[in-house]
Design a protein around this ligand. Structure first.
Ligand code: GDP
Ligand code: MG
Length: 439
């Protein structure tokens, strides 16, 4: 998809204004992107209409190409559609605050109950009580107890012979006695929404008068998630949604549909099985994810804010005349550094979320340090005219920088290759510029 969007963007380059046909073409791609990401059909339709209206005839910002501009509108609208960041958890005027966790079997209710309790304690200094009210799934009580032990938190359970309604009732009384300020009720799920389940949940709700009812939804379930969210919301009146398993490679279109259909905010996302793998929901990150392009715009904005325009011009001139030196190279490294930690930057690139193992990125940062050390060990003459760097100079530079001669050799070779490549690139873009008609 990214490729498809890219090629459409390519066509829009060099245009002063985005016209209706351009937008139409872009919107076709965006529409496909959304449908591919499992966004509800009706939601997509309304959405595309709104964006089209906004995008047609927009003046083109100086800093963005028209294509990027349209994408920006798309992203802004997606973000708006998903609501602002809403990770606040209710506080009851009189303790304890009761949170009921609901959802289908396997969605991640029990895990999320543990994560939320952990968050409440760590971030808000609270003392939650976990309540094991899933008496149906084998070992469900044990699972919560294990999590409780792992977190050193109290778990309330009465085994699987007492009704969930009774468990909830006694748990709240117990919480008052023991001065727990939050009660998190981990309820049972079913494979599908059914009458019995809903009835039981309604009874628990009636009795425990919860301040929050969080629906836990597996992000991988796509379209199904919307129907599930809709039924739970109609029956119980949800106050928030937690979208789990976003660490998988789902595009997360469910987030958009759920929000649009139930008008319930997504409050948190689950990003793994560990107890700290929970985050506040960020609508703009989700928008990028749905579009499948990483935080591309953030990256563009960051780059534009940091790369000095003047410097960039100078550099371009140097590249053209082939007078690019190691000093310029150092300058460039410094500019890249200014944009922020490398791993953060790389994380914003499309597809980067698929690259596992941040260790490799750290090595990259280290390598930049090494490169810098080597360049700083060169004399002025060497930096300007690298061709004078013979074997004995190489040895001296290696010694001075604390790197090996092989590394020095490698850098010199890379620098030459880079210059060659840049020469080709500048030739290419010159040719392109000539052939392109600007309005
Ligand atoms: P429940 O039936 O709704 O209580 O679901 P569980 O809490 O038992 O979770 C079902 C499975 O999903 C377990 O293996 C969890 O470890 C896993 N799980 C829950 N949340 C996440 C998440 O955010 N990411 C990943 N990768 N796995 C999760
Ligand atoms: Mg469970």
């Amino acid at each position: 998809l990214a490729d498809r969007l890219q090629s459409t963007l390519q066509k829009l380059k060099g245009k002063g204004k985005v016209n209706e046909a351009d937008v139409k073409e872009m919107m076709r791609e965006v529409r496909l992107a959304l449908l591919e990401a499992d966004v509800n059909f009706k939601v997509v339709k309304d959405f595309v209409k709104r964006v089209s209206e906004r995008a047609v005839g927009q003046d083109v910002l100086k800093s963005l190409t028209p294509g990027q501009q349209v994408i920006k509108v798309v992203q802004e609208e997606l973000t708006a559609l998903m609501g602002g960041e809403q990770s606040k958890i209710a506080v009851a005027p009189k303790a304890p605050t009761v949170i009921m966790m609901v959802g289908l079997q396997g969605a991640g209710k029990t895990t999320t109950t543990g994560k939320l309790a952990n968050l409440l304690r760590k971030k808000y200094n609270r003392n939650p009580l976990l309540v094991a009210a899933d008496i149906y799934r084998p070992a469900a009580i044990k699972q919560l107890e294990t999590l409780g032990k792992q977190l050193s938190m109290s778990v309330f359970s009465l085994g699987d012979q007492v009704s969930p309604v009774e468990i909830a009732k006694q748990a709240i009384a117990h919480a008052k006695e023991e001065h727990h300020d939050y009660v998190l009720i981990d309820t049972a799920g079913r494979l599908h929404v059914d009458e019995n389940l809903m009835e039981e949940l309604e009874q628990i709700k009636e009795l425990s008068n919860p301040d929050e009812i969080f629906l836990v939804v597996d992000a991988m379930t796509g379209q199904d998630a919307v129907n599930v969210a809709d039924s739970f919301n109609k029956q119980l009146g949800l106050t928030g949604v937690v979208l789990t398993k976003l660490d998988g490679d789902t595009r997360g279109g469910a987030a958009l549909s759920i929000r649009a259909v139930t008008d319930t905010p997504i409050k948190f996302v689950g990003l793994g099985e560990k107890m700290d793998a929970i985050e506040a929901f960020h609508p703009e990150r989700m928008a990028s994810r749905i579009l499948g392009m990483g935080d591309v715009l953030t990256l563009i904005e960051k780059a534009q804010a940091n790369v000095d325009a003047e410097k960039a011009k100078e550099l371009e001139a140097k590249l053209r005349t082939q007078s690019f030196t190691f000093d310029d190279f150092l300058d460039q490294l410094a500019q890249v550094r200014q944009m922020g930690p490398l791993d953060e930057l790389i994380g914003m690139l499309p597809g980067a979320n698929k690259v596992k193992g941040l260790k490799n990125l750290q090595v990259d940062e280290k390598q930049i340090n090494h490169v810098e050390a080597i360049i700083r060990s060169m004399t002025k003459a060497e930096k300007t005219n690298p061709e004078i760097i013979n074997a004995s100079r190489r040895k001296r530079i290696a010694k001075g920088s604390g790197r090996s001669v092989q590394e020095v050799n490698r850098l010199l070779k890379q620098f030459e290759d880079m210059k060659k490549m840049m020469k080709q690139m500048t030739n290419m873009s010159k040719g392109k510029k000539k052939g392109m008609k600007l309005p």
